[in-house]
Ligand binder design. Structure first.
Ligand SMILES: Cc1cc2nc3c(=O)[nH]c(=O)nc-3n(C[C@H](O)[C@H](O)[C@H](O)COP(=O)(O)OP(=O)(O)OC[C@H]3O[C@@H](n4cnc5c(N)ncnc54)[C@H](O)[C@@H]3O)c2cc1C
Length: 436
């Protein structure tokens, strides 16, 4: 039942959708603004392109949330300093609270020489592109024959798998700051890649790392096991390609010719240990990797242009929250503005985590609302403002038409799933763009 409170939720990824659902189920009227035409965020545009069953299961849950009568969806609407509305404008609509669940859209830059060269990319741009998110899907990437990926998590594994399987890259090197024991991927992901691991070279690399790991008393077998346990269920090789590790190395500089990357220098590290935490420390010694592509898979940070104060890649949270949930602060330093999911903690956890975090953020909002009378942004007034924009706004019915058109296209092409990869095609499929 409607309790006359109205809340703006910004971002319709898992955190925003489940947060909106929690609010709506408690009688709040929700205006859900989303930068992308489609809902789903990284569940739609990050999770590996072949995980159809997982993605379809999530889409089903997202549809159920969007079907709730007191959630209004406004897709293709970006909020922020450079967006269709600023955060201040959204607040001025008169919402009783704002929940920011816009993910972590900023990229971390290490500020290394050569980062501007063609062939140097950030992981999110690449995964957005192979998952058909405009405008990334229309951007040209230069994937050559030899690539290095900086990182040792599941995103590194997804990208290595994509480069080998879809881009015919012949050799992919994972550049890992610390040692084999600190890799962060799961065997469920690694099983898709491990058949490309050159075992002889892996053993040589393990031997190279050994004096450093021995020096801090790390068991070399633990690292080996962690990596090789994926072998038991390895996917078969479908290309003649090689995957390798470069442990105890950090990128130092990239070099190119005519603006195009040709090589990267990495600095070799030793390990130090303090209070059970292992850290890497550069030795000054470098070696070189001949690569034409480098992809940084080192996690993301929030968008500094969103309109909320940010520090160390995160939106600032109140250190003394009035409505903590499970001991965590969902409150920003701006009254009535809350954060959830990857907007609260960048690059943290899987969809299940974002779902719980978005739901908990909504619970914090609900507690905040209880302490005040409904002020009321009217849904009609918000809808009226949307009409005033000189661009197509995507509503729930449009999404249904888009889904039907994509299902039809998949059937025609004999595919398990099909996605339009440009806004123009999506708008046309929804009947929102005149055909030329
Ligand atoms: C490469 C990769 C692979 C992954 N694979 C898996 C996997 O296999 N399994 C799994 O469980 N998890 C996986 N994850 C993690 C999972 O995708 C995230 O945990 C989850 O999507 C985070 O949810 P979120 O809602 O906080 O943010 P996001 O999913 O990023 O959603 C943010 C939403 O906000 C919108 N938005 C952004 N900026 C604005 C703005 N300025 N104004 C309005 N709207 C905005 C976006 O359009 C988007 O819809 C993967 C992540 C990545 C990066």
């Amino acid at each position: 039942m409607d309790n006359q409170y109205s809340v703006a939720v910004i971002g319709a990824g898992p955190a925003g959708l489940f947060g909106a659902r929690e609010l709506a189920n408690n009688g709040v009227r929700v205006a859900l603004f989303n930068r992308d035409v489609k809902a789903g965020g990284l569940a739609e545009y990050g999770i590996y392109l072949e995980k159809h069953t997982m993605k379809e299961g999530l889409r089903r849950q997202f549809r159920q949330a969007l079907d709730l009568a007191n959630i209004d969806y406004y897709g293709n609407i970006s909020i922020g300093k450079n967006g269709d509305f600023t955060l201040e404008e959204i607040r001025a609509f008169g919402f009783d609270a704002v929940l920011v669940s816009a993910g972590a859209q900023g990229t971390k830059s290490l500020g290394l020489p050569g980062e501007e060269l063609e062939g140097v990319y950030h992981a999110k741009d690449v995964v957005y592109s192979y998952n058909s998110l405009p405008p990334f899907s229309q951007r040209h990437f230069r994937f050559g024959k030899r690539a290095a990926i900086i990182g040792a998590g599941n995103v590194m594994v997804d990208i290595a798998r994509y480069l080998i399987t879809y881009q015919n890259v012949q050799e992919v090197t994972a550049v890992v700051r610390r040692g084999p024991a600190e890799v962060n991927f799961t065997k469920e992901e690694m099983k898709h890649l491990i058949s490309y691991l050159d075992i002889n070279e892996f053993e040589k690399e393990m031997a190279r790392a050994r004096p450093v790991t021995d020096a801090i008393g790390q068991d070399p077998e633990a690292g080996r096991q962690k990596i090789l346990e994926a072998l038991a269920k390895a996917d078969p090789k479908i290309r003649d390609a090689k995957f390798r590790f470069d442990f105890l190395s950090s990128p130092a500089a990239m070099f190119g010719e005519n603006g195009q990357l040709t090589r990267m220098e990495v600095e070799e590290n030793i390990l130090t240990e303090k209070d059970g935490k292992t850290s890497a420390k550069g030795t000054g010694k470098r070696h070189s990797l001949d690569v034409d592509t480098v992809i940084f898979a080192i996690g993301d940070q929030v968008d500094a242009n969103f309109g909320l104060p940010a520090q160390w890649g995160e939106f600032e949270k109140s250190g003394e929250p009035k409505f903590p949930i499970e001991g965590l602060s969902y409150e920003t330093t701006t009254r009535g503005v809350f954060v959830g999911g990857w907007s609260r903690k960048a690059s943290e956890g899987l969809v299940g985590y974002a779902r719980r975090d978005g739901t908990n953020a909504a619970r914090a909002v609900l507690q905040y609302l209880q302490a005040q009378a409904p002020g009321g942004a009217s849904a009609e007034a918000v809808a009226e403002r949307m009409k005033g924009l000189r661009k197509p706004v995507i509503y729930k019915d449009d999404l249904k038409r888009l889904e039907a058109a994509e299902a039809e296209e998949a059937k025609k092409r004999g595919l398990e799933f099909f996605k339009f990869a440009s806004n123009e095609e999506m708008l046309q499929a929804m009947g929102l763009l005149e055909t030329a």
